[in-house]
Design a binder for this molecule. Structure first.
Ligand SMILES: CC/C=C\C/C=C\C/C=C\C/C=C\C/C=C\C/C=C\CCC(=O)SCCNC(=O)CCNC(=O)[C@H](O)C(C)(C)COP(=O)(O)OP(=O)(O)OC[C@H]1O[C@@H](n2cnc3c(N)ncnc32)[C@H](O)[C@@H]1OP(=O)(O)O
Ligand SMILES: CCCCCCCCCCCCCCCC(=O)OC[C@@H](O)COP(=O)(O)O
Length: 391
């Protein structure tokens, strides 16, 4: 192990990185609170300011991936389509197999200049994650409880608000609704069988309702769907703790740009379209496992210095006062103060560890673990006629 690699694995380094992240995040969250009155006076300006403030937080995590762990992120895409990335609004459909897939997604957002404005249909639980969840409130992220009866109104309302968003944005949808586990895969393939759909090997059966309402609500605002398939070389199973420890991973992302006009608007057509898309994605993954490559050419997309510069800015602002504080506390020689400071450090690292835990698949939700017999039974009952336009 080289000296630099040894340094990257040191707990003290992790503590300092987390300190910068926590304190800068709290400062940014506070600044975001101050923008609340501006939403009433000049909404578009408030939104633009929040994009920059959000960038100050999320880009620290991207810096960790790009500069600290040195992870390679390779884009496979048709070069003509790639020219449009970052210059238009898009719905991104991404598989959900890895603990850091959100971070790789953010990295591509950063490289195309849409990190601050990136959006997602996220589970409600994430709204309560300190810093990130609070930041998302101001970025108008769409949250769902994954209970359609409750989500259908709130999700559509939140989506409609994005129609006049002043910056280009990518709206991320993990249509599988939860991270891939063997158990969830088994259950969802039973559902596929009951619906007469072909089985998928590398994906869970996609939930179609969120996708259909997103397409309906953002038609005219969004130009295309970016069908994105992510995998890691050499069967790597990346983790956020690995990234914090400076471990280098190798991500490959295959993106196809599909014009929104080519996607049916009615619920049945849109759902069938999504199921077909996932069957194609499954073939791309199979090809990746067989050959180690996705189809088509790669696009050169170097990392940009801004994430590193943002981190250096916060580090230089916050590490100096920390150093002064440590010298004072130790110099004062009071055991109460020293123990208090140690307790604060332990509290902060436990807090960050809990946040990292949110990304761990084994601590994930039980959503999709059981066959929801209620829905399966309902399918076997005769259905009342529905308005085809309503998802
Ligand atoms: C150039 C570069 C390109 C790209 C770069 C890549 C990415 C960058 C982009 C943006 C980055 C932005 C942010 C990233 C940062 C962080 C975000 C990270 C993660 C957060 C993500 C999450 O939180 S995922 C979880 C929440 N999201 C979702 O669930 C979305 C998908 N879900 C839906 O759409 C759902 O429909 C719903 C949530 C709207 C409603 O849920 P509900 O459970 O009520 O759903 P359904 O009614 O749909 O479910 C029942 C139907 O599903 C069938 N089914 C399938 N499997 C099962 C099963 N196991 N048990 C029961 N039922 C199952 C069922 O039969 C029903 O079928 P119907 O025919 O009745 O529909
Ligand atoms: C730079 C300092 C780094 C400090 C580490 C801070 C860690 C904060 C991480 C919080 C980011 C939360 C995003 C997690 C996204 C995610 O992966 O959610 C899972 C859901 O989709 C599905 O959940 P599930 O049903 O449980 O599979």
């Amino acid at each position: 192990m080289g000296l630099l690699q040894l340094l990257k694995s040191q707990f003290l380094c992790h503590l300092l990185i987390c300190y910068v992240f926590l304190v800068s995040g709290l400062i940014v969250n506070l600044l975001q609170v101050f923008t609340l009155p501006l939403f009433r006076i000049h909404k578009q300006l408030a939104r633009r300011i929040n994009c920059r403030l959000g960038y100050a937080i999320s880009s620290q995590m991207v810096a960790l991936l790009e500069w600290w762990s040195g992870t390679d992120c390779v884009l496979y895409s048709d070069p003509q389509s790639a020219k449009l990335y970052g210059k238009e609004n898009a719905i991104v459909v991404l598989n959900h197999n890895f603990e850091i897939d959100f971070l790789c997604g953010w990295t591509f957002c950063e490289r195309y200049g849409v990190l601050g404005s990136s959006k997602v249909l996220a589970k409600k639980e994430l709204a309560y994650v300190p810093l990130i969840g609070w930041m998302w409130y101001f970025l108008e992220i769409v949250f769902c409880k994954r209970r359609w009866e409750e989500d259908r109104t709130t999700v559509v309302q939140s989506l409609r608000k994005l129609r006049d968003y002043p910056e280009n944005f990518w709206f991320l949808l993990h249509c599988e609704g939860t991270r891939f586990t063997e158990k969830k895969h088994r259950v969802s393939m039973q559902v596929a069988e009951s619906k007469g759909l072909p089985k998928l090997k590398h994906h869970l059966l996609p939930r179609t309702k969120g996708f259909c309402v997103t397409v309906q609500s953002l038609r005219g605002t969004v130009s295309a769907v970016y069908d994105s398939t992510l995998n890691f070389r050499n069967n790597e199973t990346p983790t956020l703790l690995g990234v914090l420890n400076g471990k280098k991973y190798h991500a490959d992302l295959y993106v196809r740009r599909i014009p929104l006009d080519s996607i049916p608007d009615d619920e049945a057509g849109c759902a069938a379209w999504l199921h077909k898309l996932y069957q194609e994605k499954d073939q791309f993954q199979e090809q990746y496992y067989q050959t180690g490559r996705f189809p088509g050419p790669t696009v050169s997309l170097p990392r940009r210095p801004w994430t590193l510069l943002n981190w250096l800015f916060w580090a230089s602002l916050l590490l100096y006062p920390l150093g002064l504080l440590v010298v004072r506390v130790v110099g004062a020689g009071s055991w109460v103060t020293i123990l208090g400071t140690v307790a604060l450090c332990i509290g902060a690292s436990v807090g960050v560890r809990w946040m990292i835990g949110q990304t761990e698949i084994e601590k994930g939700s039980s959503y999709g673990n059981r066959l929801m017999t209620r829905q399966l039974e309902a399918r076997q009952q005769p259905q009342p006629k529905q308005n085809a336009k309503q998802c």
